[in-house]
Design a binder for this molecule. Structure first.
Ligand code: CAA
Length: 283
């Protein structure tokens, strides 16, 4: 299966990072979003991140320019009809993802592989909303995409071996490493990471430590590059809450109950870095 052109749905923090790494690996990329400003901002961010890689001697200026030239943008989902692979990287809400698949699928060629960058939602269930469950997979990148080495590969119940092998090859060509997870709520990374972040929020909620001391303790005490609250702000508190809800509902165990303080911050619109306010104030 020769994948040359890739469609990315959603130009937010994951979508722009995914477009970046595919363009750098030589794929033609069509980046889609419903919002023009989000697309323009994504192009600016990709350009800045490529320039950062040039300034650190990771890539040459020519390579960065060639990567930028391989990315086009569109607000029309049907423009992704001629791609060989589509990666859905929209917001972590099942209804939104399902609506995208419903609109997109009639435009796709029969051989196009369809994937979702979902961080927690059932791949089998998402696949069932499409016409190609055997060509559907979970393809989960980590943030920041250009830096993080891992991609989780998740097969739904119907995913065929040809699709799985094709996506493994894509991960190799991106210069990244895959870990295969079974289709359980939140897969591997977020099954482990999110309860840790949620527990850090409980630690704050119960007054065990301040924001600074919780993050300091985990950074210096366990050698994590970021403290859990700083990391939650970086991921987005709405995404963290959505994943905790998937774990809580999907595994029906109170140990996954989202901390009320996390819920309150999301209700306040304090979503972390993207809104300039979360556990830290970025204004
Ligand atoms: N694009 C390109 N390069 C980038 C980048 C970006 N967006 N962000 C950082 N970099 C590069 C820098 O240029 C630098 O490169 P060199 O090694 O070549 O010098 C390198 O990354 C390190 O960056 P900095 O020196 O600026 O900063 P740092 O050392 O503090 O590292 C970090 C920043 C990589 C984000 C680090 O703090 C880190 O690893 N944090 C944890 C990230 C993490 O856990 N991510 C997973 C979140 S979970 C997830 O994503 C799954 C989910 O579904 C929610």
């Amino acid at each position: 299966m020769d994948i040359k052109t890739v469609g990315v749905v959603g130009a937010g923090q994951m979508g722009n990072g995914i477009a970046h790494v595919f363009a750098l690996a030589g794929y033609e990329v069509i980046l889609n979003d419903i919002d023009r400003a989000t697309l323009d901002n994504a192009l600016k961010l990709i350009d800045a991140n490529l320039k950062r890689q040039v300034s650190r001697d990771r890539i040459t200026e020519e390579t960065a320019k060639a990567a930028m030239d391989r990315i086009s943008t569109t607000m029309t989902l049907s423009d992704l009809g001629k791609t060989d692979l589509v990666i859905e990287a929209a917001t972590e809400r099942e209804a939104v993802k399902s609506a995208i698949f419903e609109e997109l699928v009639p435009h796709l060629g029969p051989d196009t592989i369809l994937t979702s960058n979902t961080s927690s939602i059932s791949i089998t269930r998402l696949a069932s909303r499409t016409d190609r469950p055997e060509k559907f997979m979970g393809f989960h990148f980590m943030n920041p995409v250009p830096v993080m080495q891992l991609v989780e590969l998740i097969r739904g119940i119907a995913t065929d071996e040809k699709t799985y092998n094709a996506m493994k090859t894509v991960v190799d060509r991106l210069g990244k490493t895959s870990a295969t997870a079974e289709d359980f709520p939140a897969f591997i990374v977020n099954r482990i990471l999110m309860p840790m972040i949620n527990e850090a929020v409980y630690t704050l909620y119960e007054g065990v430590g301040s924001v600074q001391s919780i993050d300091q303790a985990m950074k210096l005490g366990t050698n994590h590059p970021m403290g859990p609250l700083e990391l939650a702000d970086f991921i987005g508190l709405d995404t963290c809450l959505a994943i905790m809800n998937v774990l809580h509902d999907g595994l029906a165990d109170t140990k996954y109950r989202p901390c009320p303080l996390l819920t309150k911050y999301v209700e306040a619109g304090w979503l972390g870095r993207k809104t300039d306010r979360g556990f830290y104030d970025y204004r």
